[in-house]
Design a protein around this ligand. Structure first.
Ligand code: GTP
Ligand code: MG
Length: 380
């Protein structure tokens, strides 16, 4: 067996026959099986068995009563039970066109990528199948936030939230994966550095049946993301909060010394912006400094961003208070939370972005060469 097609299903009865037909038609020439990991409460498993009887490929179904780990848990179960080591995971509602499998198989066969991802956002891919504008926005924003949280690991990935990907299951360390939510690919990618290749695809409309996406899933996803990346973002938040306290203390101290209120506010703001930058350099982004631009460039970006942010935020607070019957405290709190997220995204993606991969300077090459020599094992 060369390939196992893993299909997690939850109440997808009306899609099974069509999915099996299209998968079988697509993988001609590959020795493959289809493995459904099903958590349904409807007739899906019975329908799968019926379709399996006349399918040209082996079709199996594992029905789980526990629904442990949800969609992510189902995919892991699929990896464990698969006949082949190379597995492709695909949705059961035909939003992922099975006709892409041969292209992914071929790309995987090149051998330079540990994961081949079918991406809605790589050149040529589309996400037409997302139900409405809100879903499109949610998808884009959550992808951007996710990438910002893992700027190094997800550097080459345009669609970390896709459920359509091919992997050799031996490269997945089940022991450390704790599938909390429905984004198992993200969970896998966040754990260590994988080499990734992408093929673009058109995300289709659901063939039949009901969407399982819900607000609850959204909350789940946020929890998953926070859990995966709690360290960095929480430290960022703690430093931001310290900065806010310092800001107030400085204003208070300066006004006590008869400094004009406006000057006190400006001095306090600039001091805390610089202080925050130094603390973030030291504690939050220390692992990314090496590949980022020079320190003064980082400082210039961070400093301009924070000043621009304050300039934009204060009039918005004023506008909210004057037109929206919102209290100053609530308006400030809302804008601060929003600003915090934007600030984090900006710092992760822009301030600490890895330098463009140009050819390194001659001096740098020399140092690297010497370094290589020093590190290489002795010949004796
Ligand atoms: N085994 C299992 N499969 C699930 C579970 N939740 C969702 N799925 C399946 O995972 C795939 C993706 O889920 P979808 O409900 O299509 O999620 P989506 O594509 O984000 O949203 P819609 O297509 O709008 O519903 C489908 O094949 C579902 O049947 C679950 O808890 N267990
Ligand atoms: Mg779907």
């Amino acid at each position: 067996m060369q390939l196992t097609v893993i299909v997690p299903t939850f109440n997808e009865a009306p899609n099974v026959a069509e999915l099996v037909r299209r998968v079988c038609a697509s993988v001609a020439g590959i020795d493959a099986e289809i493995l459904f990991v099903d958590d349904s409460t409807d007739a899906t498993p019975a329908v799968i068995r019926e379709v399996a009887a006349s399918a040209p490929l082996p079709v199996r179904v594992i029905h789980r009563e526990s629904r442990e780990g949800g969609l992510g848990g189902a995919v892991l179960e699929g990896f464990v039970q698969a006949q082949a080591d190379i597995c492709v995971v695909i949705d059961g509602d035909l939003q992922h066109p099975p006709e892409k499998i041969p292209e992914m198989w071929e790309r995987f066969g090149v051998g330079d990528a540990e994961i081949v991802i079918a991406s809605r956002y790589a050149g040529g891919g589309t996400s037409h199948g997302l139900a409405d504008r809100t879903r499109v926005l949610v998808s884009k924003v959550s992808t951007a936030v996710t990438k910002a949280m893992f700027p190094v690991r997800l550097h080459d990935v345009t669609d970390p939230m896709t459920g359509y990907f091919m992997i050799d299951r031996r490269s997945v360390d089940y022991a450390i994966l704790k599938p909390r939510g429905f984004k198992i690919l993200l969970e896998i990618l966040a754990r260590r550095n994988f080499t990734v290749a992408e093929v673009p695809f058109d995300f289709d409309r659901r063939h039949a049946g009901e969407s399982k996406a819900s607000l609850r899933q959204g909350v789940h996803f946020l929890a998953q993301l926070t859990a995966l990346r709690f360290g960095k973002m929480s430290l960022f938040a703690v430093i931001g909060a310290l900065g806010a306290v310092a800001n107030i203390a400085i204003v208070w101290a300066l006004t006590q010394l008869q400094v004009d209120y406006l000057w006190a506010a400006i001095i306090a703001a600039e001091t805390t912006i610089i202080g925050n930058f130094l603390l973030q350099e030291r504690f939050v982004f220390h692992d990314m400094r090496g590949e980022a631009s020079a320190v003064w460039v980082r400082f210039a970006k961070s400093f301009s961003f924070n000043n621009a942010e304050a300039l934009v935020r204060i009039p918005i607070v004023a506008l909210m208070v004057e037109s929206g019957h919102v209290s100053v405290v609530i308006a400030t709190a809302i804008t601060l939370v929003f600003a915090f997220i934007v600030r984090f995204v900006f710092h992760s993606l822009v301030v600490y972005a890895p330098r463009k991969q140009g050819s390194p300077s001659r001096a740098r090459q020399l140092v690297d060469e010497i370094d290589d020599q020093v590190m290489s094992p002795g010949e004796l």
